[in-house]
Design a protein around this ligand. Structure first.
Ligand SMILES: Nc1ncnc2c1ncn2[C@@H]1O[C@H](COP(=O)(O)OP(=O)(O)OP(=O)(O)O)[C@@H](O)[C@H]1O
Length: 241
């Protein structure tokens, strides 16, 4: 469970880009974030994954205040909250499977990158996760040849293999054709419902958030201006964003 209270983020010497954000997320929640360009959506995801510093606020993760816990609390969040960028980096000349096994650069011990050694249980775990993302026939393909949607799903598989319990996905369906976007979101939703993963995804364009999310958060100028259950937004609610 995640409980964020009064999160603010000020760019050093610059503006406040997140202002007093509070919300909670429970296992199995699929939360969409909407808001115009520059409203703070990506910054919020990066703050959740502790990839950006918080200026103020408290962060409870599994019932513990992670800033009070110090290093071990931050490590737990970094391990369990995966920020999946809009265009996730995969090692282009390695297969999709190898990318999923070895993880992102920061997750991979240097010796593993150098030797390329793989344990058999790592191999099976990665293949299972790739199969669940509907990509088993792409496992041995070079990452550079995957489509945008396939890269996103491989990056999600990679995060899950490496212990993620929260997927913070930045625009997981932008630039995808409607059929692929539907597949990606159906997969994310199943992940929430079947495995209790929390998915927090920026989905500003179209009606994807309304169709798939349990809850919609809306940001404007760094403030949380909307927090409603996932449904068609009213004209008044849309006008807040
Ligand atoms: N390091 C930084 N220095 C200065 N301004 C920054 C920095 N990081 C973010 N900002 C500003 O903070 C605001 C929020 O940025 P953010 O990327 O979170 O917005 P966003 O809602 O994700 O936008 P988009 O939909 O265009 O990706 C923007 O005005 C951005 O210019």
């Amino acid at each position: 469970m995640i409980r964020i209270k009064n999160l603010s983020r000020r760019i050093p010497g610059g503006p406040k880009v997140l202002d007093d954000i509070s919300f909670e997320a429970y296992p199995g929640d699929f939360i969409a974030i909407k808001g115009d360009s520059g409203s703070g959506k990506s910054t919020l995801l990066r703050c959740l994954a502790l990839q950006e510093k918080w200026t103020e606020g408290t962060y409870q993760f599994d019932g513990k205040d992670i800033f009070k816990q110090g290093f071990s609390g931050k490590m737990k969040v970094k391990q369990e909250v995966a920020y999946v960028e809009e265009k996730p980096y995969l090692f282009p000349n390695k297969t999709a499977l190898k990318n999923v096994i070895i993880g992102s650069v920061s997750q991979t011990p240097a010796w593993r990158r150098w030797t390329g050694m793989v344990r058999s249980d790592d191999y099976m775990g990665a293949m299972d996760m790739i199969e669940k993302r509907g990509l088993i026939d792409k496992a041995h393909q070079k990452a550079s040849t995957l489509s945008g949607g396939e890269r996103q799903r491989m990056a999600i598989a990679r995060a899950l293999v490496h212990g993620a319990k929260v997927i913070a996905a930045d625009e997981p369906v932008s630039g995808l054709d409607p059929h692929t976007a539907d597949q990606v979101l159906t997969d994310l939703k199943a992940l929430c419902k079947e495995q209790g993963v929390i998915v927090i995804a920026v989905m500003h364009q179209g009606d994807w958030a309304e169709r798939f999310a349990d809850r919609i958060l809306g940001l404007k100028g760094g403030k949380l201006v909307l927090d409603v259950s996932g449904r068609r937004l009213t004209e008044r609610e849309k006008s807040l964003l």
